[in-house]
Ligand binder design. Structure first.
Ligand SMILES: NC(=O)c1ccc[n+]([C@@H]2O[C@H](COP(=O)([O-])OP(=O)(O)OC[C@H]3O[C@@H](n4cnc5c(N)ncnc54)[C@H](O)[C@@H]3O)[C@@H](O)[C@H]2O)c1
Length: 366
């Protein structure tokens, strides 16, 4: 089947219209669509429109995620805040939380905001990027449905728990380390399932500790506790898997203990066999560079470090070294010019949404 592409603005509008039809207020639908589109534009295909129907639309229809987001401030100090998202739209909650952290950092040098009772917020890099664009270092993380097994365990316990840093530089794009603390996150497994391809060896293990590569089966078995994603570094101690396990645990602790939110299996989103709120927790930190040094000087040092890394000796068979955020920036340029590729199964879901919601929207492939 030939690949179809969609212009970014059009894809964003489609997502906005869908969420609007499901009761998400216009301004909030815009925010949600922008976060999802940011993923699609940067080549993070696991976290954009491919999640629209299976995650957001489904959870809204099930009534376990609220279309109208009401964020409550539970506690607040000059540099800190604790928010309750009341199961609203995760992207709206997270944007507000990082916005508040930035505001506090602007006044006092640092800001940290934690959230409980939230829902899936998409790519963590969007929020770390908000801070980087404001001349700050952004750090954020989120817990998620149980997926990663602890070192020497086989039961999925921790979420894929992204730990994400955005750091401004003197280049056209920030340093952006935005990834899960598992070797692969759930969305990548979903992409393999969509494409009907086996996954690379040893991203996932079964109850006996053997590697599994059947993506669709793994997705079903993760929720049932019969399969687990491996932490960064892999199984056991040989590849340093305990480091990924440790970082995933750090994210779980920071996402749940400060906000006194749910954790581990409390985030499954299913109770007594029925859909239930995910009750996710997040944390957002903004560190204002101007409180430490001149912003331009910081950016120049950051840029110099990255350029020196890229210019270092290449491994045999490789002619380029990247720094984090670079590939996404290159893909952003490409996709702005060429459009966003839409997988056949995603295209089908978009057509289903148009039909089910009675939308008057034309796709480029109509
Ligand atoms: N909300 C959630 O619950 C949740 C959970 C897990 C992941 N996520 C999101 O999923 C997205 C993808 O996560 P992932 O774990 O699949 O990421 P990944 O494994 O694709 O890694 C991406 C990161 O690695 C960097 N990178 C890639 N190749 C590189 C190279 N050769 N040299 C240097 N840096 C390189 C990228 O610039 C980027 O920062 C992220 O945006 C993350 O926030 C969200």
């Amino acid at each position: 089947m030939s690949e179809v592409r969609m212009e970014a603005g059009e894809l964003g509008r489609f997502m906005e219209v869908v969420l609007g039809r499901l009761g998400v207020p216009e301004a909030d639908a815009k925010v949600c669509a922008e976060v999802l589109l940011a993923a699609d534009l940067r080549g993070i295909d696991s976290h954009g429109v491919s999640r629209l129907k299976p995650i957001y639309v489904t959870r809204l229809r099930q009534g376990v995620q609220q279309a109208v987001t009401k964020v409550e401030v539970l506690r607040e100090g000059p540099t800190t805040a604790v928010l309750d998202g009341h199961h609203g739209m995760g992207m709206v909650i997270a944007s507000q939380a990082m916005g508040l952290a930035i505001e506090k950092a602007r006044k006092f040098g640092m800001g940290m905001v934690v959230v409980k009772n939230s829902t899936h917020f998409g790519i963590a890099g969007y929020y770390a990027g908000m801070a980087a664009a404001a001349g700050m270092v952004g750090l954020c993380g989120s817990n998620a449905r149980p997926a990663i097994a602890p070192t020497f365990g086989t039961q999925p316990m921790l979420g894929t728990n992204p730990l994400t840093f955005g750091i401004p530089t003197d280049e056209e794009f920030p340093f952006m380390l935005d990834c899960a603390t598992s070797i692969a996150q759930r969305g990548k497994v979903e992409l393999y399932a969509r494409k009907g391809r086996p996954m690379p060896e040893c991203w996932v293990m079964d109850e006996e500790g053997h590697c599994r590569t059947d993506a669709a089966g793994v997705l079903a078995d993760l929720g049932a506790g019969r399969a687990a994603l491996l932490p960064l570094g892999g199984a056991g101690e040989k590849g340093g898997g305990y480091k990924g396990y440790g970082y995933a645990t750090v994210v779980e602790l920071l996402s749940a203990a400060f906000s006194q939110g749910a954790f581990l299996w409390g985030l499954l989103g299913v109770e007594d066999g029925k859909p239930a709120p995910n009750r996710l927790g997040h944390f957002f930190l903004a560190m204002d560079v101007a409180a430490f040094t001149e912003v331009d000087a910081f950016k120049a040092t950051a840029g110099a470090i990255l350029r020196e890394l890229r210019a270092s000796r290449k491994a045999p068979g490789h002619n380029r070294i990247y720094t984090a955020g670079e590939k996404e920036y290159l893909e952003l340029q490409r996709r702005l010019a060429e459009g966003i590729p839409v997988l056949p199964s995603v295209k089908q879901e978009m057509e289903e949404l148009r039909r089910e919601l009675g939308l008057e929207f034309s796709f480029p492939w109509d």
